[in-house]
Design a protein around this ligand. Structure first.
Ligand code: 5AD
Ligand code: FES
Length: 352
């Protein structure tokens, strides 16, 4: 029985709601899910794991998400923003280390006007024509997204966080709306970005039904990238007393995502590495194929704490790079530095 469900998911890249709920709510399918996820990933991506350099450009944020350590109400963190020169310097260090994708992530910080972002993007594009530029700067207008794209950005990460409007309202203050998130994601797709969406696993009051809605939402959106990681409480947020998201459920979901979205780029996230010392390795083994080490200057790392005990806040970029090399090699995978575009959805037929 257990094998049949997983086999069906493997063969059809889909299941009905009842079947998916069954997989989500039990751990007896985990080994099978992992095995088939690995077959699918190998058939699309071999043993390649792509590396993306994450540059955390600002921890100022105008939003007040209840889960997030850099929310505007947190008066206890020291705020920072990187200058254009500092960001370009991170890219230079990253390029030397072999990175060919730069991810500029930050809180929703109005200090960076569209003009400033466009200037930064254009300069990176000009200096590194062989690199992908990914932005992760939150909700903006269609026009802003379009101007960043026209300046040279190719990819945009904006997690939907939860596809259920009621649950969205539990995680965010009333001035943030799921509909606007969705509107942003659709705009990004329409403009031509490779889009990344995703959600936290085990966020406060999340139900299995919510996760099912997330999977259906993603099927509808067909993003190139899907980022999930466990929720981890931050001590200066209203959710400080909630528990970490579950490691096993996160890994199970990575396998399910790989089977539902064979073509997708799925990171083994820093949050996963934070709740377990081998979290990222387990994520890769379960079906993930991207890692996103930090390229931010060490002086600001600790300040970009979305959740408590975030790993890699003391390491230099080069240390993270070589640490990951070893980690990925130790599980029989191969860290690759090339640009690593998403595979065509209709890529080769899976061979068993
Ligand atoms: N725990 C885990 N992930 C978090 N994020 C924000 N706060 C937390 C937290 N406390 C995630 C969100 C966001 C991404 C950048 O980090 O999903 O989209
Ligand atoms: Fe940063 Fe290992 S990845 S120290």
């Amino acid at each position: 029985m257990s094998d049949k469900l997983v086999q069906k998911l493997f063969e059809t890249s889909d299941l009905n709601d009842t079947e998916l709920m069954t997989l989500l709510e039990s751990d007896i399918f985990d080994a099978g899910l992992r095995r088939f996820a690995d077959i699918v990933r190998r058939s699309y991506y071999g043993t390649d794991v792509y590396i993306r350099g994450l540059i955390e450009i600002s921890n100022y944020c105008r939003n007040d998400c209840y889960y997030c350590g850099i929310r505007r109400s947190n008066r206890y963190i020291e705020r920072y923003r990187l200058t254009k020169e500092e960001i370009l310097n991170c890219c230079e260090i990253g390029y030397e280390l072999g990175y060919r994708t730069f991810v500029l992530q930050g809180g929703e910080d109005n200090f960076y006007t569209d003009k400033i972002i466009c200037e930064i993007v254009a300069e990176i594009r000009n200096k590194y024509p062989d690199c992908a530029i990914t932005l992760s700067l939150g909700e903006k207008s269609y026009q802003s997204y379009k101007s960043f794209f026209d300046s040279g950005a190719n990819r945009y990460l904006l997690r939907h966080e939860t596809a259920d409007a009621e649950h969205y309202a539990v995680l965010h203050p009333p001035d943030m709306q799921l509909n606007n998130r969705k509107k942003c994601l659709l705009a990004l797709k329409e403009i031509g970005y490779q889009v990344g969406a995703g959600f936290m696993v085990g966020s406060p009051h999340q139900t299995t039904q919510n996760i099912l809605a997330d999977l259906r939402f993603l099927q509808n959106l067909e993003p190139a990238m899907i980022g999930i990681g466990p929720f981890i409480p931050h001590s200066q947020t209203p959710f400080q007393y909630f528990e970490n998201g579950d490691l096993r459920l996160t890994l199970r979901l990575i396998s399910i995502l790989r089977l539902l979205f064979p073509y997708a780029l799925i990171p083994a996230t820093t949050a996963l590495g934070t709740i377990d010392p081998l979290g990222r390795e387990l994520g890769i083994v379960s079906g993930a194929n991207v890692v996103m080490p930090n390229l931010s200057p060490v002086a600001v790392r600790k300040k970009y704490e979305l959740y408590d005990n975030k790993i890699c806040t003391g390491e230099e970029a080069a240390e993270c790079r070589s640490c990951l090399n070893k980690r990925i090699a130790s599980i029989g995978f191969n860290l690759v530095t090339h640009i690593g575009n998403v595979k065509d959805k209709k890529a080769d037929v899976v061979q068993v």
